[in-house]
Design a protein around this ligand. Structure first.
Ligand SMILES: *Cc1c(COP(=O)(O)O)cnc(C)c1O
Length: 363
């Protein structure tokens, strides 16, 4: 089957091999006589699936032993509440606002704690990152929150900030929903990372939290038990029924990532894909990406047609060529190509060929 290339920002394209494996195992997982979504989460079959998923992810992302991996529900937006409920201790939390997602995180946290904006790049159209040396951190923040890849604005930290070097010993919290598993993570700089699965790990419904163990036991008394990191960790992510099928599919994705060669190989591929696409945009006179080069996202590439009257024709033509879901987020308009792990180089090559043909036709 020749499937189109899917540039959706999320839920997003999955590796075809994984979909085929899941289809083959749908009625009977490994001779158990059950499909995975029919299994008890406490049975030995699902125990094996969840255990391998966790071990594979820990290996892939090189997560140190003093961090817990939690499989939760609620998505990135729920974590915007769950993180302050667990970590704010009634104190002040610092936010670095660099786009729609970090802005949303700060707004939600304000319901549970005092928030402080250490930096905000909105006046520059969310097209850049503030240098950490310029951040106005508060005296003793409970933690500092960043969105390490802004999915809508297309802005990505190429290195994580080093809070210690800034004289701040608070933990760094990163929302890495849309670039998790696209590159290695420097865990020395991170206290907690969270992400919804539906961008780069698997199906919606699963939320990954990676949290340093000294941060587990700080929840406010009003924190729901099912969202207390300590409770979830003490119960190996099975305090409540976890999203079993999503964990299973994500587990197949982790095995696929290992077969590809792990994070070093994926990062190299993602760099090659991003360079090809940004190069095509920059060298054209029809398309434009407004993000500063040093912080352009490798995963989410927003771009505009200089003649916006051509937007509909562009999308119709793209679909005819098997290039799906290129419409930009409604809040910013234009186009967006999300080029996560599962989108191969050939997909970017096909998009670049279309960009050139469309431009030639409309010159
Ligand atoms: C998609 C996304 C979210 C929201 O995820 P939901 O699962 O819809 O709650 C949060 N943060 C970032 C960076 C995202 O890309």
């Amino acid at each position: 089957m020749n499937r189109p290339y899917n540039f959706s920002a999320g839920p997003a394209a999955m590796p075809e091999e994984v979909l085929a494996e899941a289809a083959a195992e749908m009625l009977d997982w490994h001779g158990s006589g059950m499909g995975v979504m029919e299994m008890s989460h406490r049975g030995k079959e699902f125990g094996q699936i969840a255990g391998e998923a966790e071990a594979d992810l820990r290996e892939l992302l090189a997560v140190p032993q003093n961090f817990k991996l939690l499989f939760m529900q609620g998505g990135g937006l729920a974590e915007n509440a769950i993180v302050p409920l667990n970590l704010s201790r009634g104190g002040t939390v610092d936010f670095v606002v660099t786009g729609s997602w970090s802005q949303k995180s700060a707004q939600e946290a304000a319901r549970y704690c005092t928030t402080h904006e250490a930096a905000n790049t909105q006046a520059r159209g969310f097209t850049t990152l503030a240098n950490p040396a310029s951040w106005q951190l508060s005296e003793h923040p409970a933690y500092v929150h960043i969105c390490s890849n802004e999915t809508i604005n297309g802005v990505e930290y190429q290195t994580l900030p080093d809070l210690k070097a800034l004289g701040c010993d608070a933990p760094l919290v990163i929302d890495f929903s849309s670039h998790v598993a696209s590159r290695p993570v420097d865990w020395r700089r991170v206290g907690l990372a969270f992400g919804g699965a539906q961008k780069n790990l698997g199906p919606a419904g699963l939320t990954l939290v990676v949290v340093r163990d000294d941060l587990l036991d700080r929840a406010l008394p009003i924190c729901p038990s099912a969202f207390s990191y300590k409770t979830v960790a003490d119960n190996d992510s099975m305090y409540n029924t976890p999203p079993t099928y999503s964990i299973y599919i994500a587990g197949l994705v982790f095995k696929w990532l290992k077969r590809q060669g792990g994070m070093a190989v994926m990062e190299a591929r993602n760099i090659a894909k991003a360079e090809l696409l940004y190069g095509a945009i920059d060298s054209s006179s029809l398309y434009v990406n407004r993000v500063e080069k040093h912080c352009r996202s490798r995963m989410n590439v927003p771009f505009y047609l200089r003649d916006e009257a051509l937007n509909d024709a562009f999308l119709v033509g793209a679909k005819e060529r098997g290039l799906l879901q290129l419409k930009g987020h409604k809040s910013v308009g234009g186009m967006r190509a999300s080029i996560y792990n599962a989108l191969p180089l050939e997909g970017v090559q096909a998009l670049v060929a279309y960009l050139r043909d469309f431009e030639a036709q409309h010159a």
